[in-house]
Design a protein around this ligand. Structure first.
Ligand code: ATP
Ligand code: MG
Ligand code: MG
Length: 415
């Protein structure tokens, strides 16, 4: 346990989200102890003797982290939750200076209950659908594994028609557990691609746009909800199931729909447990209605823009405040008229993204501020290695026109 006066958050995972969390924590004097490999992106951004080397799926290392943390939190949902539950309920033994031991129980935020539910995308959405808020989701059915998979897929096709989406229930990110099934001829390839994993099928959502809303959830130490506050709605562009661009505000989407998205997002997050920021990914359908795709219980790619574009608090500072039970704003409004976030993804060669980085570094424009964030990760095809946030006092379509050279380079990198 810490003897410093600075609060210590033990963080499972040290990727770019953890790195940006550290960047927010540093000026606030909040210590972040990271459990991940040495020199992971987050560890590079924050120096502390409390970092733990190892896997955020390893119970022994998670206990080691817990022993020196005031709170535990995550930057990734694919962690071991059994041990988080045990730590919260029974604590970890910590050696005192006099040789005696003491039980230490750091609270886990968001709750392990939330993380466990969200890990299984099928159960996550059943929870939303059956909650008293009756949250709209795409129709879904669980798919049998093994030899029964084929008949189970046939039944899904009969129910949903083609195409439908076959998804891994657990462990997926950046679309790496998804397979679009266009006809019966795809069944074998789909099962093979997602081989061995527990699967479910989802009705194809004929969306016109994808929207996302970050929500700050606070509750007291007895688990009573205090508030759910929504950030502005954004439009997310996914190509091959990976987020490439984010637009704030969404292009050609009415204010009414944006407000409906924020309301739905707060309802979704209110059904979960624990403190922190959450991303709610949604589909906007042709008739203007919304459907929830999935929730991430942590800071999110679609909320990077908040660092520069939201004056009250970025999603990272909000995560710190929520976890530590410090005050959070009750209103989140942009400081600019528009913002665009462009992901820098690794290309076919390790230098494929360098032209984009160079252009971002060299762009100075009175009507467009350019903020480059590199994560110091090795480039691999399709890997998120950085992002660029653009902000402007002009409307979103004007910012988009101005950003064209950068956007074109983003598109060129794609493999
Ligand atoms: P993330 O990196 O956001 O965690 P993920 O791997 O969990 O992604 P999903 O969010 O389930 O994957 O899907 C990725 C993308 O695939 C969605 O943003 C959307 O573009 C598309 N997609 C997912 N489900 C459907 C669906 N039912 N119908 C149509 N497109 C879909
Ligand atoms: Mg996901
Ligand atoms: Mg997603």
């Amino acid at each position: 346990m810490t003897d410093s006066r600075n609060p210590v958050i033990g963080l499972l995972g040290g990727g770019q989200l953890g790195r940006m969390l550290c960047e927010a924590a540093n000026p606030l004097g909040i210590d972040i102890a990271i459990l991940d490999e040495d020199k992971s992106p987050a560890k590079q951004a924050h120096d502390t003797s409390r970092h733990v080397t190892g896997s955020f799926k390893d119970p022994a290392r998670i206990r080691e982290l817990a022993a020196q943390s005031d709170f535990l939190s995550v930057e990734i949902e694919h962690v071991e939750t059994e041990v988080l539950e045990d730590i919260e309920k029974n604590g970890v033994e910590v050696k005192q200076a006099d040789g005696s031991t003491k039980t230490h129980k750091p609270p886990v935020h968001p709750s392990w209950r939330t993380i466990r539910l969200i890990q299984d995308k099928y159960l996550q959405k059943e929870h939303f659908r059956t909650s008293d808020k009756a949250i709209p989701i795409a129709d879904q059915v669980a798919i049998e594994s093994g030899p029964a998979a084929s008949s189970s897929l046939k039944a899904a096709a009969a129910k949903f028609g083609f195409p439908f989406m076959l998804k891994a229930r657990k462990g997926s990110y950046d679309g790496r557990g998804n397979f679009k099934v266009s006809s019966e001829a795809d069944f074998d390839a789909a099962v093979k691609a997602l081989g061995g994993l527990s699967l479910y099928a989802e009705k194809w959502a004929p969306f016109v746009k994808e929207l996302a809303v970050m929500v700050i959830r606070t509750e007291d130490d007895n688990g009573r909800l205090k508030s759910c506050v929504a950030y502005p709605a954004v439009e997310t562009i996914h190509e091959d199931s990976i987020c490439t661009k984010v637009f704030m505000p969404p292009r050609n989407v009415s204010e009414t729909v944006c407000e409906a998205a924020r309301k739905l997002a707060t309802e979704v997050v209110s059904t979960l447990w624990g403190r922190g920021v959450f991303a709610v990914e949604m589909f906007l359908l042709e008739d203007g209605s919304l459907m929830v795709n999935e929730v991430a219980p942590r800071p999110h790619n679609s909320g990077h823009y908040t660092i520069e574009a939201v004056p009250q608090m970025s999603q990272y500072k909000a995560q710190l405040h929520a976890v530590l039970d410090l005050p959070v704003p009750q209103k989140l409004t942009p400081r600019v008229s528009s913002s665009i976030m462009l992901n820098i993804l690794g290309g076919a060669t390790p230098s494929a993204h360098l032209k984009l980085v160079e252009l971002a570094r060299n762009t100075i424009d009175d009507d467009m501020d350019v903020y480059l964030h590199l994560y110091n990760k090795a480039s691999k095809p399709g890997r998120k290695i950085g992002h660029i946030t653009l902000t402007s006092a002009s409307p979103i379509h004007e910012l988009e026109a101005k950003a064209k050279p950068l956007i074109e380079l983003v598109d060129q990198i794609r493999i």
